[in-house]
Design a protein around this ligand. Sequence first.
Ligand code: MN
Length: 460
Amino acid sequence: MYQLVIANAEVITGAASFPADVGINGERIAAVGMGLQGERVVDAGGCYLIPGGVDAHVHLQTPVAKYVSSDDFRSGTVAAACGGTTSVIDFVHPQPEQPMLDALAARRAEADGRVVIDYGLHMNIPVWHADHRLDRIAKVMAAGIYSFKMYQAYGPLCLDDARLYEVLRALARHGALPILHSENGPVIDRLRSEALAAGHTAPIWHARTRPATLEAEAVGGALELARQAGAALLIVHVSCAESLDRIAAARREGQAAYGETCPQYLFLTGDKLAGEHGERFVCAPPLRHETDHAALWGGLARGELQILSTDHCPFTAAEKAAEPGFDGVPGGLPSIEARLGLAHDAARRGLLSLSRWVEICCTGPAHLFNLPRKGHVAPGYDADLVIFDPRCPVEVSAQGLHERVDWSPYEGLHLTGWPRDVFSRGEQIVRDGEFVGQAGRGRFIAIPPVERAGRPAGLA
Ligand code: MN
């Protein structure tokens, strides 16, 4: 007799699908089998049962220029939970000369007490820290950080090649996972200045000054630096076919090269920037073309890209429209809640298998970021589980979502399939699509150091 049994589900994992009941005691999965008896039984007949989603790239209550992203740690994690995500990974942003451990403590103080699901953190390495504080990496890792984010764009965050190489070397020595925003920032800055000087302030110039070639060229260079440094490297928000080709080629050579993409690069095109409210669609890298969508779906299906994250960074319609030029628009899009639904709908349309859907949204990110006890439907793992109704019709709208933002880039899109019930460490936090959990119940996920430097455990 188990405390809770989820019965009659079609369990879908990254490897297989099979009918089963899942028995839960306390916070953990205790059994996966047939005919399990429970003190409480939730019938999942006709639905899929999948591991809770892991969104490894979110920006909650994050300062961007003079704005702060509109979802805080409570509203953003409620929206994530309602969308079937039970773990998120956000970022620590050390200020110039602020010790990384102080910045980590401050960020945790913002999240603890507010989050409704478990969360981890990546550590940003801006220029000053790359120059003066790489000796602190071991201490930061001992505090539960496994992944470190660098930027090849964005002024004070932008690391030149020599710094990037030094940081990659240091991270490889410690067995940390480097993750990288890859665009040729210095050249893009020139293109932006030229466009503005010529009076081109419309949102479409955001895309025209960030061409795919300058993303792919930076990705290729960064992968070569990682190879020289003996470091693994995850390229985040891969947006175009040309970048995917660079990652696939490095992987064929046996390099520990990984790629993430996001719903906006699979469902939205750059024309949005030329349409009504084009400013809302400003994000970096920019939205691209339908040919890129097809290429990226292929990359996800073939395993050349391992994870689908959101880069969720919402700003209200008024904040997006407040500045006259494209260069003043706070960058980022909301999608923390629709991620699983969007990807499931693509699987339903044959763009990838159901197992691959679970792998890129749930199991893959848990593996890549080494999250303990997350990402599997198996005894001993956290009972982070989603009962997903594959027939549920949904019309996406900002009103219907729980994200704290008054517009959605997917407004009016019709999907089939949505999470029905969500469990986090054995506790039901979503029932029939509505949040029923408590703020502050989520915990910081301290990630243990990895034995094998340079290659994350669990992923080829
Ligand atoms: Mn981001």
